[in-house]
Design a protein around this ligand. Structure first.
Ligand code: ATP
Length: 488
């Protein structure tokens, strides 16, 4: 199972424009991904982001609605699971309770037929079963890999959860698949056992050298074990990179918020290498932005320095918690509550000064600042979009029935507690704190995502109404070139 140098650099799996729609719900949305042979790649994201569906399509349990899955340069999109050199380990071990450890692992090997290299009279390849000795040798080898060398004779029902999961892994690797898929395999274990198994899995991966694709919603688990992490939300890949790149250089506010503790703020690029936030200019390492371009930025808690006398931002300590090796403090400065980690404790109420080195500031492009929809003019001053009717200022002489492109800046949308006060109803699906405001994502009743920048705090699941002032709705006739991708 050793990986040759040449093989190591080629892509074993290529996922090309893969989309999966279930009953009108897009679970996986135009995903492109290449996995190198021998890599440990983790699909990471919140519940419902589509990671299991993507894994199941790689395994062959689901067919993509569109797109292609390539395995070793062959299109396997329509190949059934048992004909793919792939095996899956699930959260529930599904071991045979009436068989001992050895027999559970040997089960698949006994059924397997391998080519002898000879052909019959008709020229067809001849197959044979593994011999008893071959099976014993293979089972012993994988038992060693999963640290259960002396457990072959044991009854599986008497084993701990972690040991049962190791048997399940041994059973999955004994037939030497080229790719092992692991769907939250440690999800049923207690915290201590999970931590131990994480280290063991990473070591096992190094020893056997096959490609692992692992699904989890636990960011620490993903960062600890993987060569590369795929961060997903809403069926789409937000970032694909090494754990370090994802932690140090998150591609957007979602990734920054999802991966570990972070301070996510909104800022303005004053020039190359100079960003302003919290009313202060800071040197940074980023360039290539338009003058005064609005950006998101992330500062990790461990990258903020505290001094009693001098620093860029004056703040007051709000709270302090000891975390074993450092203190985690909430410090209010210029209207933003920073999370700061330091080995020196500052007491609540103390005045302190905060500073950040240029390499502690990570600038992210704002992806979108304007909502964009296609709608229809209902009458001279009413336009219908997202399933609701809104008043607008008709300055271009638009007529009833005209198809129009409607744009509304995020900061011009108002959310109301009472949904009856709004033109349409929606549910809050996500909120990000951006330093001086919240960016709220809502899902309207006609299944559209709407973004709102607001100073009010909303909780996920809140039921809201959406209101927009007529003068803040831009309505233009749809021309062939006007249907953009929604990004401004
Ligand atoms: P979790 O961590 O909770 O398992 P996930 O990120 O693995 O979540 P998926 O299980 O892939 O997410 O689900 C993505 C979306 O697709 C969800 O909205 C889910 O309800 C939907 N979905 C998944 N499988 C089916 C199915 N067989 N039929 C209908 N909808 C489905």
């Amino acid at each position: 199972m050793a990986v040759t140098a040449r093989e190591k650099f080629d892509n074993i799996i290529e996922i090309k424009n893969v989309t999966k729609v279930f009953d009108g719900i897009t679970a996986v949305d135009d995903v492109n991904l290449a996995v190198k042979r021998g890599e440990f790649v983790t699909l990471l994201g919140p519940s419902g982001c589509g990671k299991t569906t993507l894994l199941r399509m790689i395994a062959g349990f689901e067919m993509p609605t569109s797109g292609t899955i390539m395995l070793e340069k062959q299109d396997v999109t329509a190949v059934p699971p048992h004909l793919r050199p792939i095996n899956t380990v699930f959260q529930k071990y599904a071991l045979f309770p009436h068989l001992n450890v050895f027999k559970n692992i040997a089960f698949g090997l006994k059924l397997k037929r391998i080519p002898t290299g000879e052909t019959d009279k008709k020229g067809k390849p001849v197959f044979r079963k593994f011999t008893k000795d071959e099976i014993a040798e293979k089972v012993e080898r994988v038992l060693k890999l999963v640290n259960l060398e002396t457990y072959g004779h044991r009854n599986v029902t008497g084993l701990s959860g972690g040991q049962q999961q190791r048997v399940a892994i041994a059973r999955a690797i004994v037939c030497e698949p080229k790719v092992l898929l692991l769907d939250e395999p440690l999800g049923a274990l207690d915290l201590k056992m999970r931590k131990e198994m994480q280290l063991e899995l990473a070591a096992m991966h190094k020893n056997i050298g096959i490609t692992f694709i692992y699904v989890t919603h636990d960011q620490e688990e993903a960062l600890t074990m993987s060569d590369k992490v795929v961060v997903m939300t809403d069926g789409a890949v937000q970032q694909y990179g090494t754990p370090k790149a994802i932690y140090d250089e998150p591609a957007n506010a979602f990734v920054a918020d999802f991966i570990g503790e972070s301070n996510i703020l909104s800022g303005v690029m004053k020039s190359d290498f100079l960003v302003e936030f919290c009313g202060t200019k800071f040197k940074c390492l980023d360039k290539g932005f338009a003058p005064d371009e609005r950006v998101d930025l992330v500062v990790r808690p461990e990258d903020i320095f505290i001094a009693p006398k001098k620093g860029a931002l004056k703040g007051e300590v709000v709270s302090t918690v000891f975390k074993g090796t450092y203190y985690e403090m909430e410090i209010l400065a210029e209207g933003y509550q920073f999370t700061v980690q330091n080995t020196v404790e500052r007491k609540p109420g103390e005045t302190v000064f905060l500073s950040v080195e240029p390499d502690g500031i990570h600038i992210m492009k704002k992806l979108k600042t304007v909502n964009e929809f296609i709608g229809t003019v209902v009458d001279e001053t009413t336009v219908e979009f997202c399933g609701g009717k809104f008043e607008f200022v008709n300055s271009s002489g638009l007529q009833k029935g005209d198809a129009v492109r409607v744009t509304v800046p995020f900061d011009k949308v108002e959310l109301t507690d009472d949904e009856a006060d709004g033109c349409i109803g929606a549910n809050v699906t996500q909120t990000f704190y951006k330093g001086t405001y919240y960016q709220v994502q809502v899902y309207t009743d006609d299944d559209t995502d709407f973004f709102i920048d607001t100073v009010d705090e909303w909780d996920m699941g809140d039921r809201v109404g959406i209101k927009i002032k007529p003068e803040d709705i831009k309505v233009e006739p749809v021309t062939e070139n006007a249907e953009g991708d929604g990004n401004d």
